[in-house]
Write a protein that binds this ligand. Structure first.
Ligand code: FAD
Length: 285
């Protein structure tokens, strides 16, 4: 299908982009890599009268790692996340997850900002950022504010971002020395997750000293499972702890039946992903 007609805007600064979004109102949408929005426009599920292209906005793309802290501009592509050596060292979980998104063609265009702002529960970056306890910077007509990833998602395509705000930056602490894993089950290469688990953990004296767990595509939003993490902490990550973590996670997710399978199947796959992610993270801790 062919999208409806629209006016095209190409601002040079994030402030100019925010002013355009505010003045054009609900008829306007920003476009980043276009790999979620353009398909929706082609299907006429979105028909913005104005497209505000962020590709020409200065300073929105790039990765900075300093003192173990990571800052990523919203227009940074998934390919850039994979290629950045400093990011791979400070937060290897990001590279591991980005490599499992779609295929190289999509990753050359798709941005971390678009993936996070979209609010699609199938996207991989939102759960990942909840696991990392990232903070998002939103720029609007009144200036900038920060929202934590764990408080950003309300439901499918429903987030804490106001319509006149632009996501400009993502920040989180690196996890050097922690065990990490992103486990994703999908029907085929290029597909969204049937279920995915992001896990970070630290070990001390053979016991889990800290853990973070987030699940993808198992509810209408990414699920940060504090209960699953609590079940791991203090344990030697034995079978009983894994069973308890999976049971706790099952209490937090709410998958729906769709073309990826019935609810029971998704719950089963979610458990398998979490067990695998904890085991692999532990092997790296
Ligand atoms: P766009 O499509 O340009 O924008 C998406 C939405 O976010 C729009 O509503 C736009 O207005 C808004 N937006 C974009 N940037 C900003 C910003 N900075 N501030 C505020 N709002 C903004 N994703 C996965 O996570 N996992 C997958 O397995 C996966 N598989 C895919 C397979 C295919 C075949 C395709 C086409 C896409 C797939 N995707 C997948 C989605 C892909 O990663 C998208 O590129 C990404 O989700 C959106 O990023 P984008 O830069 O293309 O955003």
């Amino acid at each position: 299908m062919i999208p409806g007609s629209f006016d095209y805007h190409r601002p040079a600064t994030v402030q100019e982009a925010a002013r355009l979004v505010a003045s054009l109102g609900e008829d306007a949408r920003v476009v980043a890599g276009g790999h979620s929005l353009i398909p929706m426009m082609k299907l006429r599920m979105a028909a913005p009268a104005h497209l505000i292209d962020l590709q020409g906005v200065e300073g929105l793309a790039g990765i900075a790692v300093s003192g173990g802290e990571v800052r990523i501009g919203a227009m940074t592509t998934q390919h850039m996340l994979i290629e950045d050596a400093a990011l791979a060292q400070a937060a290897p979980l990001v590279r591991e997850a980005a490599l499992q998104i779609a295929d190289p063609q999509v990753r050359y265009m798709g941005t971390i900002g678009g993936n996070l702002a979209n609010g699609d529960p199938g996207n991989d970056m939102p759960g990942l950022m909840q696991c990392l306890d990232a903070a998002f910077t939103l720029v609007g007509p009144e200036g900038a504010r920060q929202v934590r990833a764990r408080e950003f998602y309300f439901g499918a395509y429903d987030t804490a971002r106001a319509e006149d705000e632009i996501l400009s930056e993502i920040a989180f602490s690196g996890h050097a020395g922690a065990g990490y894993a992103y486990e994703k089950q999908k029907r085929k290469i290029g597909d969204y997750a049937t279920a995915a688990a992001a896990v970070l953990l630290r070990m001390e004296g053979g016991r889990c000293a800290a853990a973070s767990v987030a699940m993808t595509n198992l509810a209408d939003r990414p699920i940060f499972s504090q209960a699953a993490a609590d079940a791991l902490v203090g344990s030697p990550l034995d079978a009983a702890a894994l069973d308890a973590a999976v049971a706790a996670m099952q209490g937090d997710i709410a998958p729906g039946a769709d073309t990826r399978g019935p609810v029971e199947f998704k719950r089963h796959v979610a458990g398998v992903m979490l067990r695998r992610a904890v085991a692999r993270a532990a092997s790296r801790a």
